[in-house]
Design a protein around this ligand. Structure first.
Ligand SMILES: Nc1ncnc2c1ncn2[C@@H]1O[C@H](COP(=O)(O)OP(=O)(O)OP(=O)(O)O)[C@@H](O)[C@H]1O
Ligand SMILES: [Mg+2]
Length: 528
């Protein structure tokens, strides 16, 4: 270790060396233990330094430690100047032009000065014994930072660590870029520096200004988000974990994903886009949850498409299996299916949302999107789990006005707006389709007026076409319905006729039988 200028250090090192040589001649036993104990005590008594370690994983090594990350960021400034071996990672750094975070490589050391005292930092890693159940990658040794300081500077420890934390956070904030995470398949969770989530920089430009929806509804959502962000004390007071669930539902192309991006940008949160089909079971789901950080949105898109989440569906599958009508599964087919299907269950997901683990860390929004809200299990979306249900629907005039302003820079004064308003009231078109029609044909500002007219005209044509299609569709379906009704009627009449016939025949038969019966009884009586 590079602790400087200490005569004691070399004296103790010599003592330890002598002991290391001498103990080879001691057989392991009581005498060995006796000497070992006392030499250790002497060493600790004279060793003039204090050592503090900061582990990379905390809480039974299940979570990456925030303190560890902050120290790493703090040391990046010193590391760049002092260390000989560094590790570089992508970093959105406004001060460092290369956009890289340089941290200490394993067993490297840097010195820091604070209030006239010296502090030494080393990056270390531990060899671990393999355990059967391990929360951190088994092939990767856990790392830790070791801080060493002289005993006489002990009174500075608190101030120094506060300084490290504050400065580290400052650097983190100044260089923060939001991240978009996605879960790795669990086969990639182990190995050197692997992790359960992969990320890239999140750069979606959507904001609540560009998001087209009714102004009242938008205002309400913004208020709700702001209330959530500043609600730490309130949530503590009412005894609820600091998290909130949002369910966004509506047809495809109505802005659900766009709204998630706008939410993340508004709150300045990271996004964890959870791909449920890649999660093998509930344990993996919990592990993923533990590895998310506060100030984040955890998103599960198209939740209705995730098989096996509804109790109803499971029951149905079981019924189908039992049914005699279904051909039996060919041997091995069921096993193959099982391998592919995620075993995340509805109860696993419910636990993910509001089980005890979900309260770790706090300040998280859980967002589900779906095109078919009616398919979801009511338990999944009840208030308390999905606190706010937001419907994103087909384009109305209010939504169109926002899109026209965003895409063409034009507002309600335009003469073609009235035609659009009337047509929007007469057909269903998604904001995505409207937006596509409003894409300007050129960015040349001199042609802006013509551009606007062309776009609006194009939109009017599209609306007319949609209206026409809807009309034809409605006609076809009413025709089909009529046919089905007629068919049903014919069937019923046929059935009734058959039944009538059967009844008459039955009656006749019975009467015949009765006559026979009478005759036979007569015969019998006659016979007597
Ligand atoms: N309300 C809206 N405001 C602004 N743009 C919108 C809106 N709705 C749709 N768009 C535009 O349409 C495109 C598709 O929208 P988005 O992906 O958000 O739809 P979605 O509801 O998530 O659809 P899906 O259910 O298929 O995932 C977006 O890129 C965006 O440009
Ligand atoms: Mg979407």
């Amino acid at each position: 270790m590079g602790v400087e200028g200490v005569g004691w250090g070399s004296a103790l090192a010599s003592l330890m060396f002598i002991w290391a040589v001498a103990r080879q001649y001691f057989p392991y036993g009581p005498l060995y233990m006796y000497f070992h104990k006392y030499i250790d005590k002497v060493w600790r008594f004279f060793y003039p330094y204090i050592e503090i370690t900061f582990q990379e994983y905390t809480g039974e090594r299940m979570r990456r430690s925030e303190v560890y990350a902050t120290i790493r960021t703090y040391l990046s400034t010193n590391a760049a100047q002092q260390a000989k071996r560094l590790v570089a990672a992508d970093h959105a750094d406004k001060d460092h032009k290369h956009g890289l975070l340089l941290s200490l490589d394993d067993f490297e050391q840097v010195t820091d000065d604070f209030d006239g005292a010296k502090f030494w930092w080393t990056s270390q890693k531990k060899k671990t014994q393999r355990s059967i159940v391990s929360w951190y990658p088994s092939q990767e040794e856990p790392r830790y930072y070791r801080l060493t300081l002289h005993r006489r500077n002990r009174h500075l420890v608190d101030d120094y660590l506060r300084h490290v934390r504050d400065r580290g956070k400052e650097i983190e904030v100044s260089s923060r870029q939001r991240k978009l995470f996605t879960n790795n398949p669990s086969t990639n969770w182990y190995g050197y520096r692997r992790s359960v989530w992969s990320h890239m920089v999140f750069e979606h430009p959507a904001t609540f200004n560009t998001l087209a929806m009714e102004p009242g509804k938008k205002e309400e959502i913004l208020l709700d988000l702001d209330k959530f962000r500043t609600g730490k004390d309130f949530y503590r007071k009412i005894g609820k974990p600091w998290k909130r669930g949002y369910l966004l539902y509506g047809p495809p192309g109505t802005g659900k994903s766009t709204m998630i991006a706008a939410m993340a940008n508004h709150l300045d949160y990271d996004i964890y886009d959870l791909e449920l089909t890649a999660v093998k079971d509930n344990t993996e789901l919990r592990k993923l949850l533990i590895e998310t950080t506060p100030k984040s949105l955890i998103v599960i898109e198209d939740i209705d498409c995730s098989e096996d989440l509804s109790g109803k569906r499971k029951k149905k599958a079981a019924e189908e299996d039992e049914s005699d009508q279904n051909p039996p599964h060919p041997p091995g087919a069921r096993k193959e299916e099982d391998k592919k299907i995620s075993k995340v269950t509805l109860s696993g997901l419910l636990n993910f949302i509001d089980g005890l683990w979900s309260s770790c860390g706090g300040e998280r929004l859980i967002v589900f999107t779906t095109n078919h809200v009616e398919k979801l299990d009511p338990a999944l979306i009840r208030r308390g789990r999905m606190d706010k249900h937001i419907e994103l629907s087909y384009c109305c005039y209010e939504i169109f006005k926002v899109l026209a302003k965003n895409y063409l820079g034009v507002d309600s004064g335009h003469p073609l707006f009235e035609t659009v308003r009337v047509l929007l009231g007469e057909c269903k078109i998604t904001p995505a389709d409207v937006a596509e029609n409003l894409m300007p044909k050129s960015y040349n500002t001199e042609e802006a007026g013509e551009n606007i007219r062309q776009c609006l005209q194009g939109l009017i044509e599209a609306l007319k076409k949609t209206k026409e299609d809807e009309f034809i569709q409605a006609e076809e379906s009413s025709k089909k319905e009529g046919e089905e009704k007629a068919e049903g009627k014919e069937k019923t009449e046929g059935k009734e006729k058959m039944e009538g016939k059967e009844k008459t025949e039955g009656k006749e038969k019975t009467e015949g039988k009765e006559t026979v019966k009478e005759a036979s009884s007569k015969d019998i009586s006659n016979g007597f």
